[in-house]
Design a protein around this ligand. Sequence first.
Ligand SMILES: Nc1ncnc2c1ncn2[C@@H]1O[C@H](COP(=O)(O)OP(=O)(O)OP(=O)(O)O)[C@@H](O)[C@H]1O
Ligand SMILES: [Mg+2]
Length: 469
Amino acid sequence: MRNSIQKKLFITYGIAIIIGFAILALTLLKIFDRYFIENRKELLYEQGRKVAREAASVLYLGNPDSKSLINDLQVLDKFLNAHIWVVNGEGTVIAVSGSREDSLLGRRVSEEKLCILAKGESIEARGNFEGMLSEPSLTVGYPVFVNGRFSGGVLVHASLLEIQGNLREIYRLTLWAILVSVAVAYGILYIQIRRISDPLREISEAARVIAGGEFQRRLDIKTGDEIEELGRSFNNMAESLEKIEENRRNLIANISHDLRSPMTSIRGFIEGIVDGTIPEDRREHYLSIVLEESKRLIEITNELLELSNIQQGRLEIREEAFELNETIRKKFIAYEKRITEKKLNVTFSICEERIMAMSDKGLIERVLSNLLDNAVKFTPEMGSIEIRTLSKEGSITVEIKNTGESINSKELTKVWERFYKGDASRGLYKGGYGLGLSIVKEIISQLNEKIWVSGGEGYVVFAFTVKKA
Ligand SMILES: Nc1ncnc2c1ncn2[C@@H]1O[C@H](COP(=O)(O)OP(=O)(O)OP(=O)(O)O)[C@@H](O)[C@H]1O
Ligand SMILES: [Mg+2]
């Protein structure tokens, strides 16, 4: 019994079992005792009454040596295994059933006992009858009245030794039965307690292992009760932890990968400048690349920081009413130069001229610039971009559709992952880090809005909702 829950259950249930059985034992013993004594008493009374009738004539005649009475007494003595005395009205023993007791003839019973008989009541006593008997006995006494006058009584003594012997045997059996029952009860209790405490120990052991970083550990508890449920929840927790751990590892691997490439090129160029491999007239050119790369480094760290802040819920949301179409148009102007460079065809279809939104304007602008940036970046030259706002019950949907290589559905679900970059982003436009959409997704979820992406043959549509004012 190593742990305390087992000990506690064992002690409390154990005490309950013992108290229960003790009460049962005491009651049983009391019942046995009473049953035996009462039974015996009954028998003694019955015979006492018979003797009393016979004794009446003898007492009336005052002839204590009546042969037939003594004979009867002797027969009854054998039959009942009891000694019978006849006392006269003064309390003097005038006849006894056994010859061994002849010495008692002539002795007197106590005044107190005689009084009881004289009142017409019967005597019931346990013990050695005021020292007159050699062994503890059960005594019943019966008064005898002749013609309405108290004339004496009949006392029947049955040895208690025999009864006690019988009772002792019964006590012994009862005690054994109870001991065996207690042992069985304890055995069952032990098994039951183990069934509770073993899985608990298994769970705490697994928790320790997981806390130590071994996330693969799972439980297999089949008790069919709440503990099994606990085991299942525990396994779910372990699974989530494992996933988080895996994410963390991937994230670190991705971050180091993305930080390494700009840092390697910065180092390469600076080394070249320092050791003179790069001629003086080319230095300025390479330094400007170094500047670009270091700007990229700052940008990526900023973005990562922003993402982690948003994920930790450190985003302050300040809702206000603003006109959405105007906001989108203004955001778009920033991309005008690149749009004309790539000869993109942009259409702007709006449901109403003015459409009031109720949200955090700054955050919506960040969502918009990320989506617009992607659209401009990933639409091939001469392609087209279409922006739509749809006013629905309670919310506005903003759709940004652009032509380009179709993205297959498996890839579509991945675009929200941190550091996910499609093939297009890797080759031609290597400016991105694959963080834009994960930031967008976080912002949208903090704003309690929805965002989704769909695609078809040669186009992609990103859409999100904004609350209406
Ligand atoms: N409008 C789009 N058309 C086609 N592909 C897209 C579009 N928007 C996103 N993608 C794909 O989803 C990937 C993830 O986009 P995301 O904005 O997260 O990263 P990124 O634009 O490559 O880099 P960053 O936004 O960090 O500068 C992109 O690399 C691209 O493959
Ligand atoms: Mg992007």
